[in-house]
Ligand binder design. Structure first.
Ligand code: G6P
Length: 369
């Protein structure tokens, strides 16, 4: 087993460190930066269909649902198609309004999640076109969808999803740009720029991993917390949700993710000196807004841990701890900001003596409803 872990203490850590490669594998043969082209063989027969859809509905569970939320930002921004993101377990038990004009994208690492499968069957009966985004080749979901794109992240052993999540987000990025290109909602010059920057993501993820020692030191300070709040705006919001889920799953610390602006409608009541608040505070369109949220937390003596853009000075002055990540196109922020949050939950769980790879009560693949 030590061999399988490739020298790492746990599969989860190995899988976190595999991400520069898994993201690269996911893009291999699919992006052509110089030509400004995305090629997705698995869905190429549906190009005409993509021009005529009215709406996209993303269905998934758990971490895959968080990837779906990132997908919503990307698809709406670039392809300009309305997107809804649904929990498969909710979607399947109401009478959803779905027609032939809808494209349903089902996301599942395992390709076996019972609720996601049932939701797919329901949408199919109603005439929708179904794409799958799965990791396990030959699993059930790719067999019941019309078309799809594999994430190619390789086997994920740790129960808490890490590299599968970033690969799902990568595929959703490729799909957003592909649909945008088919529908003519993106200029060729913009495509070239986006793909050139996307091509650099694996090496930027590598740089994010260098924050490991800083994250370990912060984990020492947070390990005895009873609660944690994760806040972000825009696509930083799903990153916050995923950060909170990861911490809950493996360290058993109660954690919640919230859109930073919603803090004033509830979570702010919880803030005191025992409440660490983790902010996604990188330099992007919501930077100034996030700064005022940080001030609100500091005014109530909360402990602030902030993920910031390299070289940031403003947040550094206010936060108790900062973790730097490289600057990138705002569209790719989730792929980078997620990395230190994975490391944070990993180290906290290890320090608390938890079984990181097999947390209590959780299963890698949930084949019951
Ligand atoms: C389980 C796993 C999660 C995963 C979720 C959805 O709860 O522990 O890591 O996100 O199922 O699984 P799927 O295979 O459909 O992505």
């Amino acid at each position: 087993e030590m061999l399988e872990k490739g020298g790492f203490d746990h599969f989860m850590l190995k899988e976190i460190y595999e991400q520069p490669r898994s993201i690269k594998d996911c893009m291999r043969g699919r992006i052509y930066p110089k030509e400004g082209k995305v090629q997705l063989g698995g869905i190429k027969d549906y190009t005409e269909k993509l021009k005529n859809i009215d709406r996209i509905v993303i269905i998934a569970c758990g971490t895959s649902w968080h990837a779906g939320l990132v997908g919503e930002y990307l698809i709406e921004e670039y392809a300009r198609v309305p997107v809804e993101v649904e929990y498969a377990s909710e979607f399947r038990y109401r009478n959803p309004i779905i027609s032939e004009k809808d494209l349903v994208i089902a996301i599942s690492q395992s390709g076996e999640t019972a609720d996601t499968m049932a939701a797919i069957e329901l949408a199919k009966e109603k005439g929708a076109t179904i794409f799958g985004i799965c990791n396990v080749v030959g699993s059930s979901i790719p067999r019941i969808t019309h078309a799809g794109v594999y994430t190619h992240a390789g086997p994920e052993i740790g129960v808490a999803s890490t590299k599968a999540f970033t690969a799902q987000v990568t595929v959703l990025t490729l799909m957003a740009l592909y649909i945008a290109q088919q529908r003519g909602s993106i200029h060729q010059g913009e495509m070239v720029k986006m793909l050139t920057e996307l091509d650099e993501i694996p090496s930027l993820v590598e740089q994010c991993l260098k924050s490991n020692d800083t994250v370990l030191a912060i984990s020492e300070k947070l390990k005895d917390s009873r609660n944690c709040l994760f806040l972000g705006r825009g696509s930083g919001f799903p990153v916050a949700l995923e950060g909170a889920l990861k911490l809950k799953e493996i360290s058993y610390i109660h954690a919640e993710g919230y859109p930073a602006a919603e803090m004033k409608h509830g979570p702010i009541a919880l803030i005191d000196e025992d409440m660490p608040v983790i902010f996604i505070a990188t330099k992007n369109s919501s930077y100034e807004k996030v700064i005022s949220n940080i001030q609100e937390v500091k005014a109530r003596k909360g402990k602030v841990i902030a993920i910031v853009t390299e070289g940031d000075k403003e947040v550094k002055k206010m936060a108790d701890y900062v973790i730097e990540i490289p600057d990138t196109n705002e569209a790719y922020l989730p792929l980078l900001a997620t990395i230190p949050l994975q490391l944070l939950s990993y180290h906290i769980a290890v320090l608390r003596g938890c079984n990181v790879d097999q947390p209590r009560n959780l299963a890698k693949s949930v084949t019951v409803e």
